[in-house]
Design a protein around this ligand. Sequence first.
Ligand code: ACO
Ligand code: ZN
Length: 226
Amino acid sequence: KQTDNQLIIDAGQKQFGATTCGSCGMLYSTDSPEDNFQHTQFHQRFLDTIKFVGWKKERVVAEFWDGKIILVLPDDPKYATKKAEDVRRIADSELGFQQITLSSPSSAKTYLFINSDRMVVGCLVAENIRQAFRVLEQQEKPKDMSKEDFMEHHRAWCCSTVPEKAICGVSRIWVFSLMRRKGIATRLLDTVRTTFMYGSHLTKEEIAFSDPTPEGKLFATKYCET
Ligand code: ACO
Ligand code: ZN
């Protein structure tokens, strides 16, 4: 017969048994009814959103052995703009962005990376801009500051106050959590540089990231120096 004490210990251990769903990438505790409910809610909706059935007309701007990149423009058919918007919403909620609206929706170009399993696993939104503020060197988190405070602070202070000339602003870049570190973001950006402005190849300096997350900064720093 198990003692109460034993039960408590078991419960405590199971709390640490967090699982990452191999399909949707959500991290949750299988033992928490609340977590299970949230996962069930999220799982199918997420997979439906990133599912890509193929379109009659696709603007394929790059092809790779493991996928392709398609470009969606604001005046494209509804099925295309809707998919772009739905995926952008997923990215937004992951980034913690409240507002869904873009700064200039009429000029926004959405690049979607479709993998060989017909899923949208990457999304990049690029807009026309005239100037940008350079992202400054990543600072260390002071010991007496909480992670949340630091992130808040950091988001606000990481940019220089001197405007510089830029042409293309990346307002969102997102890669499906289970598909990261495979060069998908890099390939999305490379493709933006060759296709954003007709007939010209943008340099890395002509591209600006707006309000990057810490992860976005790590990526951007790496991308810009190579
Ligand atoms: N930590 C450290 N270095 C990183 C990270 C990271 N999390 N992500 C990318 N890098 C660096 C690495 O040097 C990497 O090369 P390596 O894998 O050979 O070491 C290099 O950047 C290239 O990485 P990619 O594979 O091209 O990037 P990925 O496809 O994984 O996408 C992204 C990066 C978009 C930041 C992804 O992690 C993501 O979607 N994160 C959540 C959303 C987010 O924060 N987006 C950025 C918001 S900022 C904005 O939208 C303007
Ligand atoms: Zn799942």
